[in-house]
Design a binder for this molecule. Structure first.
Ligand code: ADP
Ligand code: MG
Length: 531
């Protein structure tokens, strides 16, 4: 997936050209569509007047606007290969069917059991077939009909449960049914002011906000799959990469935009993006975005600009946890929403075997080597450390010990991070040393073993980290090094282990007991644990 970003000429942006060309550069269709129009005026040029008669090319272009967005455009074998070659790691879904799902809210639409149970149109259905998704995951079963019924949604579901497709499928399906509407006219008049090609302000129909560039890229790649053979052109913008290139890519058309909040604000302030017609808003990993301090930018984007207000636009929020701050955001952004909880929020899947071992700081490295040797050379292992320095040091150490490893953390450049991820995924470097921020939300499939070389100080972070293994029904292993420094997580860790029916070391139990007696006056807020 990330391989496409490695090409040197143009940083990968040019790879999207195929997607665009496949539905835009098709003069054969344009003309006939216009002449077959049966006397109906093409939207746009007649209404606005002014440049309608300026030449044939304009007419051809205008006439294409009237094409039916719900009909697939021509297949493109090369692009199809590129998009769908990856295949799926999602197996063993049977384990997932037992996961309890609770939907609350007025008139909640009924869930579906198969993708065929809901009308999503030709384009979506054939792309689902191409991705080889045979049936919906639990969050998809519930979220798809809710979104298709134009309801706002707050969904809590564990990592790896298939949240991305849960919002992309119904949102894209709606866009295909409804077509571009007014956004198209706005687009054109924006272009008129600014000269012939380029410099047009783009008016995306849907916006997906995500916390990190890696996650934004993943959502974008998934969107490209489901936008295949459609007239929707997905784009992605994120910080830390050349903004000029991103602007040029936007100028080629942008109907669905995936963005990190900071970069999007920048694009809006440069007049490159207008959210006036953005009728679908998705906040993915909302809890993480707040943790990273994005709330002001998110409010700036959603509340203080030109985006249609709640009730007019449709809004979907996804989060692994549901702490107070997310509840407030949901109250402010959503209208009569359905609350969907899949599994227990804050809990971990039973597909993951969790081990906690007592290891003093000085023994961590040799203990790690033992684990790595036991895991086997070719299975992917993700090692979490607390600090960027710690990540570099551990990577050096492992390298000197002869292990093929790499690292991702906040101090590494965008290119280095993408390269590291690629090397890890492809198995060239089957050990990845990571800090939490850098690794959050990444869909790294096939991770066999997650090792908490340093445990985090809060339990939500722990849940996210170990969610990197045991993805979509696969079995995984998570080992955590625990010592005196991790006292603050004791009680929550114990609860999580018990709940996921894991073996609990007796020392952890007695520590938790002691800890509770020492601090029973100031317990941590439990508002984020649902039920
Ligand atoms: P989440 O956002 O909940 O962490 P993702 O949306 O990243 O999960 O999905 C995890 C993995 O599962 C991805 O590789 C995705 O392609 C795959 N997947 C999602 N839905 C299905 C499905 N219905 N069938 C098979 N695989 C799926
Ligand atoms: Mg996700």
């Amino acid at each position: 997936m990330f391989g496409v970003y490695d090409n040197k000429d143009g940083g990968g942006w040019n790879t999207t050209k195929d997607a665009y060309t496949s539905f835009v550069a098709r003069p054969d269709r344009g003309k006939s569509a216009f002449f077959n129009n049966g006397g109906t005026a093409p939207r746009g040029s007649y209404q606005r007047g002014g440049f309608g008669g300026s030449g044939n090319s304009r007419w051809v272009e205008e006439s294409r606007d009237d094409e039916d967005w719900s009909k697939p455009t021509q297949a493109n074998e090369r692009l199809e290969q590129e998009l769908f070659a990856g295949g799926n790691t999602g197996i063993n879904f049977d384990n997932y069917d037992d996961i309890p799902v609770e939907a609350t809210g007025q008139n909640c639409p009924h869930h579906i059991d198969s993708f065929q149970d809901v009308e999503m149109g030709e384009i979506i259905m054939s792309n689902i077939a191409l991705t080889r998704y045979t049936r919906p995951t639990p969050v998809q079963k519930y979220a798809i009909p809710i979104i298709k019924n134009k309801r706002d949604l707050m969904a809590c579901a564990q990592t790896g449960s298939g949240k991305t497709a849960a919002f992309l499928l119904p949102v894209l399906s709606q866009i295909y049914t409804e077509g571009p509407g007014e956004a198209l006219a706005a687009q054109k008049s924006g272009g008129q002011d600014n000269g012939k090609y380029g410099r047009r302000k783009q008016y995306p129909l849907a916006l997906v906000l995500a916390p990190t560039r890696e996650l934004a890229l993943q959502i974008y790649e998934e969107a490209r799959k489901f936008a295949y053979r459609s007239r929707v052109r997905p784009c992605v913008v994120y910080g830390g990469a050349d903004i000029g290139q991103q602007i040029r890519d936007l100028e080629r058309g942008c109907h669905l935009l995936v963005a990190t909040p900071g970069r999007l604000v920048d694009m809006m302030e440069r007049g490159k993006i207008g959210l006036d017609y953005c009728n679908y808003l998705v906040l993915d990993e909302a809890d993480r975005m707040l943790d990273m301090g994005f709330e002001p930018q998110i409010r700036r984007i959603v509340e203080q600009d030109t985006m249609p207000p709640k009730g007019i636009r449709q809004t979907m929020m996804f989060s692994a946890t549901f702490p107070k701050e997310i509840q407030i955001l949901a109250r402010d952004f959503l209208e009569e929403y359905i609350f969907l909880a899949v599994g227990r929020v804050g809990s971990t899947s039973e597909n993951i075997t969790q081990k906690v071992v007592w290891v003093e700081d000085g023994d961590k490295r040799s203990f790690l080597l033992d684990l790595l040797n036991a895991t086997g050379k070719n299975s992917l292992t993700l090692v979490f450390v607390e600090t960027k320095k710690g990540a570099d040091a551990l990577e050096d150490f492992l390298y000197r010990e002869g292990y093929a490893c790499t690292s991702i953390h906040g101090d590494r450049s965008q290119r280095d991070r993408e390269e590291a991820l690629h090397q890890f995924r492809s198995g060239r470097c089957p050990i990845l040393v990571a800090t939490a921020v850098a690794a959050r939300g990444l869909d790294i499939s096939n991770v066999k073993h997650v090792i908490n070389f340093d445990l985090p100080s809060d339990i939500e972070e722990y849940v996210h980290r170990i969610g990197r293994t045991g993805r979509v029904g696969n079995l995984g292993l998570a080992t955590s090094f625990f010592n005196d420094k991790n006292g603050n997580i004791t009680k929550d860790l114990l609860d999580i282990l018990v709940e996921a029916k894991q073996e609990v070391p007796s020392w952890l139990e007695s520590l938790a007991y002691e800890h509770q007696h020492k601090s029973n006056t100031r317990g941590r807020s439990k508002s984020n644990i649902w039920v």
